[in-house]
Unconditional design. Structure first.
Lengths: 121, 111
């Protein structure tokens, strides 16, 4: 069974750093792109970026310049989302998902379990 | 601000057919970029329902169907069931933003 299991909820203070993870299983993790999606409380979803684990090639959403870093370690079938300095506005649920389709026609066919990030002083 | 607009809510009685619309523009749906649909229950991860406008992944009932026309797309649910009560989101690509975009979401209520 194809699965993406994400790390647990995190509660942080503004200015702190954080890295959350997304571990894939049941398929060849290196050869499928992984996308990250943000869902703020009570809101819709926003595309954050995509990484190709095999070569770590990454594309970020133009709406999130420099706010997060997406990485992956194919040897442990895991993708990461990292913040160097969190803001209260980063409070959200973050989902990873497997990306299918061709460029400009990407879709998300298997979703991770979600990680709730709360940033509050 | 999403470039794909959905009606906030739709409701129907069990067994009825409901349609959810996703209104875009000439820079996304109207430009021919594929539309996907996702279903999300409260507190859970979204699930892919329709990809590439009309295709259902295995395991998705054929009660769910997708279609496009001009700058809009639609998701139809026929034979509405209580278990269909959820939020539904469309998704596509927008070339003016050079980004993938989600719709504003529609809550389906089964009366």
């Amino acid at each position: 069974e194809v699965q993406l299991v994400q790390s647990g909820a995190a509660v942080k203070k503004p200015g702190e750093s954080l890295q959350i993870s997304c571990k894939g299983s049941g398929y060849s993790f290196a050869y499928y792109r992984i996308g990250w999606v943000r869902q703020m409380p009570g809101k819709g979803m926003e595309w954050m970026g995509i990484i190709y684990p095999d070569d770590s090639g990454t594309t970020y959403s133009p709406s999130l310049p420099g706010q997060v870093t997406i990485s992956a370690d194919k040897s442990i079938s895991t993708a990461f989302l990292r913040w160097s300095s969190l803001k209260p506005s980063d409070t959200a649920v973050y989902y990873c998902a497997r990306v299918r389709g061709d460029r400009f026609y990407y879709y998300l066919d298997v979703w991770g379990t979600g990680t709730t990030v709360t940033v509050s002083s | 601000q999403s470039l794909l607009t959905q009606s906030p809510s739709v409701s129907g009685a069990p067994g009825q057919r409901v349609t959810i619309s996703c209104t875009g523009s000439s820079s996304n749906i109207g430009a021919g970029y594929d539309v996907q649909w996702y279903q999300q229950f409260p507190g859970t991860a979204p699930r892919l329902l329709i990809y590439a406008n009309t295709n259902r992944p295995s395991g998705v009932p054929d009660r769910f169907s997708g279609s496009n026309s001009g700058t809009s797309a639609s998701l139809a649910i026929s034979g509405l069931q209580a278990e269909d009560e959820a939020d539904y989101y469309c998704q596509s690509f927008d070339y003016s933003l050079r980004d993938y975009v989600f719709g504003t979401g529609t809550k389906v209520t089964v009366l």
